[in-house]
Design a protein around this ligand. Structure first.
Ligand SMILES: [Zn+2]
Ligand SMILES: [Zn+2]
Length: 331
């Protein structure tokens, strides 16, 4: 499907700054009309050109290489693939670029002109598929704790060790534990990009995808539940650990966590993805499309590292000689 402007017929997209559909051609607001595709998903719903090169196995929204329209692939956002929720982009393309510039400016060792000299090979906003799991947990912990008391009486030193049985029974419910459902998206990157403010999740509407790329889930929620359960398990462990204090030593005897999955929602989360080419190397950056958090490594300038080293060394040397002068004056 494609969203067309009722005023001018142009491709209308979702504008994160305005929070509405906005036509980039005539600036019409909320003038969209949904045109459903009748052809195969590999054919552009606007110009009819083949899109084989951009419609990959899991693509759910893309940009037509011929006419540049943003096309949403009907059957990959409907039926089994219809998301329950979507977190619409809050950060616009320009804002994301400015955030990156600020971030590069702050990084001491980034070479001068990295951003201006690097050729931007890709800047796209993408909706990444996620499953959000709810779990109810019951857990029971048993362990032994010690407390030690020492004192001296006469010629003797006494040490008393007391042993305590530690028993904890805990119930904890978790809501919306996120696990990314894209193989392409590096789990490490996605974990670093958290947190998202999940209260911003909206009921899914296709129009939010217009102007962006998207992917449907690559794996089922059953396959990915294991990762959610692991996250829940370590959260429970932290909660129990925090409730045990005041002992010299603690030894765990047994710890049973019983986690019951109560609900799963399929959601799309916004990510800006940038690939910079600099001195024949690719540098990948991600910007959280809701909060603006930047994740990625910039190249390191050897000259700047050296210069920084000299400056610190220089200051130490000056301080050293001042201290000597002071000593001479005192003597
Ligand atoms: Zn228009
Ligand atoms: Zn087209």
């Amino acid at each position: 499907m494609i969203f067309k402007c009722k005023n001018c017929g142009g491709n209308i997209v979702y504008d994160p700054d305005k929070g509405t559909m906005c036509c980039p051609h005539c600036e019409g607001i909320d003038t969209e009309e949904k045109i459903v595709s009748t052809e195969s998903i590999k054919t552009c719903a606007n110009c009819g050109a083949p899109m084989d090169s951009v419609v990959l196995e899991h693509t759910s929204a893309t940009k037509c290489p011929s006419c540049g329209s943003y096309v949403i692939l009907d059957e990959r956002v409907q039926g089994d693939y219809e998301p329950d929720k979507i977190l619409p982009f809050r950060i616009s393309r320009n804002k994301a670029i400015n955030l990156l510039r600020d971030e590069f400016g702050r990084r001491v060792f980034t070479p001068e002109g990295f951003l201006s000299n690097a050729s931007v090979s890709k800047i796209e906003g993408t909706y990444v598929p996620f499953f959000m799991y709810d779990y109810d947990t019951d857990s029971e912990y048993r362990g032994t704790g010690t407390k030690v008391r020492s004192w001296t009486s006469g010629d003797y030193e006494y040490t008393e060790t007391s042993y305590y049985d530690i028993h904890r029974v805990m119930e904890a419910d978790f809501k919306g534990v996120p696990v990314d459902a894209s193989d392409y998206m590096d789990d490490q990157y996605m974990d670093l990009m958290e947190p998202y403010a999940y209260e911003g999740l909206e009921g899914f509407e296709e129009k939010y995808m217009s102007g962006f790329l998207g992917e449907k889930y690559n794996r089922s929620e059953e396959e990915l539940a294991e990762r959610a359960e692991k996250k829940v398990g370590s959260a429970v462990e932290t909660l129990v650990d925090e409730s045990i204090s005041g002992y010299a030593t603690v030894k765990k005897k047994r710890f049973d966590v019983n986690a019951k999955k109560t609900r799963v929602e399929y959601a799309l989360l916004p990510v800006w993805e940038y690939v910079f080419r600099y001195h024949n190397e690719n540098y990948k950056f991600h910007v959280n499309g809701q909060t603006g958090k930047v994740v990625g490594k910039t190249p390191v300038s050897k000259e700047k590292v050296l210069l920084y080293g000299f400056t610190v060394f220089g200051i130490t040397a000056i301080l050293g000689s001042m201290l000597r002068l002071l000593l001479v004056a005192l003597l």
